[in-house]
Design a protein around this ligand. Sequence first.
Ligand SMILES: *[C@@H]1O[C@H](CO)[C@@H](O)[C@H](O)[C@H]1NC(C)=O
Ligand SMILES: *[C@@H]1O[C@H](CO)[C@@H](O)[C@H](O)[C@H]1NC(C)=O
Ligand SMILES: *[C@@H]1O[C@H](CO)[C@@H](O)[C@H](O)[C@H]1NC(C)=O
Ligand SMILES: *[C@@H]1O[C@H](CO)[C@@H](O)[C@H](O)[C@H]1NC(C)=O
Ligand SMILES: *[C@@H]1O[C@H](CO)[C@@H](O)[C@H](O)[C@H]1NC(C)=O
Ligand SMILES: *[C@@H]1O[C@H](CO)[C@@H](O)[C@H](O)[C@H]1NC(C)=O
Ligand SMILES: *[C@@H]1O[C@H](CO)[C@@H](O)[C@H](O)[C@H]1NC(C)=O
Length: 917
Amino acid sequence: MDSSFPTRSRLVLFLFSLFVLSGYLPGYHVLETQNIPHAQEMQAKCRTISNLPGPPGSFLKREVSDRFEVGTNSTLILNTTMLIGQGNDTHILHGDLYLDKGLVKAIGSLSHLALVNGSVLNLTVINANEAWVTPGLVDIHTHLGLLGTPFLTGAFDANPKHGPVLPWLRNIDGFNTHDDGFQLAIAGGVTSVQVLSGSMNNIGGQSVIVKLRRTSEGSSLSMVVEPPYNLNGSFEGSTRWRHLQQACGQTPSQYGNNRPDAIWALRSAYAEAQRILIAQEQYCSDVEAGLWDSLGEFPENLQFEMLVDVLRSKVKVTSQCQTIEDIDALVRLTNEYKFPVASLQHASEAWLIPAVLNRTWGGSPSVALFATNHRYNFGSYRGSEFAPRVLSDAGIPVVMKSAHPVVNSRYLLQEAQQAHYYGLPPYLALASITSVPAMAVGLDHRIGSLHEGADADVVMWDSNPLQPGATPKYVWIDGALQIPLPRRTDREQVEVGVGKEGEEWTRFPGVPDWEKERKQAIEWEGLPPLTGRKQSGRTIFLNVRDVWLGVDGTVQQVVHPGSDLVNIAVENGRITCVGDSVACPSTTFDAAEHVDLNGGSVSPGLMTFGSQLGLEEIRSEPSTGDGSPFDAFTDRVPAILHDPGAVVKAADTLRFGTRNALTAYRSGVTYGTACLMKSAFGGRSNVIAGVSATFRTGASHAMERGAIIQSDVALHVAIHRPDPFSKKSDVSFQGVVPLVIDVGNADIMATLLILKAEVENRLGSRMRMVFSGAAEAHILAKEISGANVGVILDAKPTVGVWDDHRTLPGPPLTNDTTLVILIREGVKVGLRSREAQFVRNIGFDLVSAMLASNGRIGKAEAYALVSTNLRELLGVIMDDQTGDLVAYTGGSLFETSSKVAAVISARKGQVDIFTVT
Ligand SMILES: *[C@@H]1O[C@H](CO)[C@@H](O)[C@H](O)[C@H]1NC(C)=O
Ligand SMILES: *[C@@H]1O[C@H](CO)[C@@H](O)[C@H](O)[C@H]1NC(C)=O
Ligand SMILES: *[C@@H]1O[C@H](CO)[C@@H](O)[C@H](O)[C@H]1NC(C)=O
Ligand SMILES: *[C@@H]1O[C@H](CO)[C@@H](O)[C@H](O)[C@H]1NC(C)=O
Ligand SMILES: *[C@@H]1O[C@H](CO)[C@@H](O)[C@H](O)[C@H]1NC(C)=O
Ligand SMILES: *[C@@H]1O[C@H](CO)[C@@H](O)[C@H](O)[C@H]1NC(C)=O
Ligand SMILES: *[C@@H]1O[C@H](CO)[C@@H](O)[C@H](O)[C@H]1NC(C)=O
């Protein structure tokens, strides 16, 4: 051993003398520090600098919430079915809930409170009649308040532009308190959200958790939960969690950073922070040792102090890392610098490497996922609908999130419903949008679960929250009523939950068994084969409960549930018999393949329109699609083409066998109509989108029998006010031909209707016009109907740009939806999906649209919206006799218990069977 190395006895002696000098001789000590400016302050700082954040032990015994608004009534909710619990220990309790002073004051059997105090205090008593009550939902990933609804350049404070590493920026400094998105999110039961600034920076700044209600103070700060920034930024004796967002991988590419660059940006920032940390620790040990003579200023750097706190484990870091290499690199970095990561965002490939997640310093982060929003970029290509289940099976906490406005935060619940549909157990699905995200942001002592002393953020639902279309009847935030909208009078009450009186609505919905598909997805590392087994001989479907067929251009139910189960025999893709085991015996065909539908159904294949399905594989990868379409409105057509209009045809550029098309096919959407309209973020890029084509989603190439249904469908143009994020100037629309017009704004629709009348007058002929998008169409529904113009609405109504901002959101905000009003006025309506990867969710969307109509849209009408109506509006001519039929096991398109077992195609003369063996 090196002789200069202190032996243990020398070390003990040294420490002893330090102890004697600094502590045992108090007079000497005080004498010294008295002469040092800020000495006591420094001693206090050094004593507490490493304290971990968190509420004091007495937190749950507080009498009044720091967020309580004076004048808020207390509320007693009687007879609930209540979701309570912490973390994954989530279960239900039947009982009453008492909210007072912004807190959950009591849970249990509390009806006596109503009797004794009800008439005296300002107590609102609500009888829940066993309705489901949950904590307010927590959305761990949104851009609310930074990227406002509607999108406006003046309210765009996301993705700061001044460098890849900006740990000093505070999102609160740009947080807009008037975002239309808040009320929509509350209408979906969301009460708290994390506000992130986007993933274009490696360190994008300090995020905050806000509650979405309007505060009486009205400031940005007053919306923040436990703000670490204000004067009162600490609890008694302890501090509050701070929040930081990071990103690695391909998204922070605005600075030309590739993956290694991104990790280097993080590593060099943490190296700097570590230098400061070591200097501070040295400083504090000098303070402790009383070595005042050599002490200068406390080593600090305002730009890096946040990262120093990360290294002290005082920050809930959220890090967006999509692929295996991204996650692996981040995990190594956490071990290199020893800091924990609270959550991973968009971690599409995390499900493939749970053991790597577990190696994160300080334990595995929670993994925040979309249910079905995959394949939008390279990093999400191997994302899977089975990921939530696979991760939770591996003991990793799973969070479902919206990344609003990617998915509108209003539909956060639907992310959990879909995760449940694809295998996440019901309580974990609910925990994934309540207690688990609350824990991941360090606020589970007050949000995300119902316990005495928690914040009074509560939602009462019109059904079991995992039932599709579940809608809040009541929402409270900090005990203050948000839904129904308090400013309404009784007469203006919005109806919620019509048609959900049956007991079945209170139960968790049945879901299919996906075990085989899940195993296959793991085995193929996210890219399982999607084509079915082709059966061109005989197939017999057993135990069919429900049969719908196309009849005279409509969809009609020919076998009703309630009658006996039937068999359906199919030969070369054509039905040869439908009936009981006498009329259509399963033994007729010995050589046949038997598919047990288990009380399922057979119904016509659906059509999709509105996305790039069939035109590209990965949205952000130009080489997998067609790039930007030529637009004769803004580009000059080369003379050599002899085609001044340069109308492009989708039929020339169709791509078959894309994963989104096959996934749509396996979800019962057997036809797609596509045009070359590229939608930019917040607007549309091209004016003339050319001629659309209709194709079979399950075909493998254009020359396969039946692959192209119609190559010239409709002419598509887009007429909008300028895209708020594009530098291009506005383009005015002049010529008019029969066409499908992408339009959102009611004033533009009015102009088009006037123009249409003029043209028809002058030419003496009628033109077929369809509005697509048409969010504000309800404003002139009568006029649209009178002009015989059809409308194709978004399947999930949301507001993006200003042109759409007057759309009707439906219950619990308005009685009516744009869809309901158009149907009432006799307009022919279809529904579209804007993103190819969401086409598979059409069943959820249809059920939601039906339920939001409060019983005014039935199943046959809903079917028509995505089949016969859409065909008619687009001008697709199809023969119902040779149309595709979809066989569902375990229920119909309208039930979550079902999944598609096969597609029967008379045109192709075969059956595609999807059951995994
Ligand atoms: C619930 O969490 C505990 C500890 O956090 C863990 O041991 C247990 O496996 C989890 N259970 C489930 C079903 O995830
Ligand atoms: C209701 O009254 C009882 C008895 O008067 C009292 O003990 C209790 O604290 C009161 N409850 C509330 C919520 O004020
Ligand atoms: C009840 O509410 C009214 C109006 O907000 C207020 O003036 C009154 O003081 C409240 N009464 C009690 C007992 O809190
Ligand atoms: C508060 O409670 C009182 C007494 O029950 C009631 O008259 C009043 O309408 C309630 N206020 C609100 C805003 O619910
Ligand atoms: C709770 O509500 C259910 C359903 O409306 C009702 O049957 C039951 O009697 C109620 N229980 C109490 C204690 O009020
Ligand atoms: C990850 O860690 C959790 C919690 O310690 C444990 O339950 C789980 O088995 C681990 N999973 C893997 C794949 O190592
Ligand atoms: C909503 O519909 C219900 C039932 O038809 C009606 O009583 C109520 O007045 C309507 N509310 C509004 C705001 O139109």
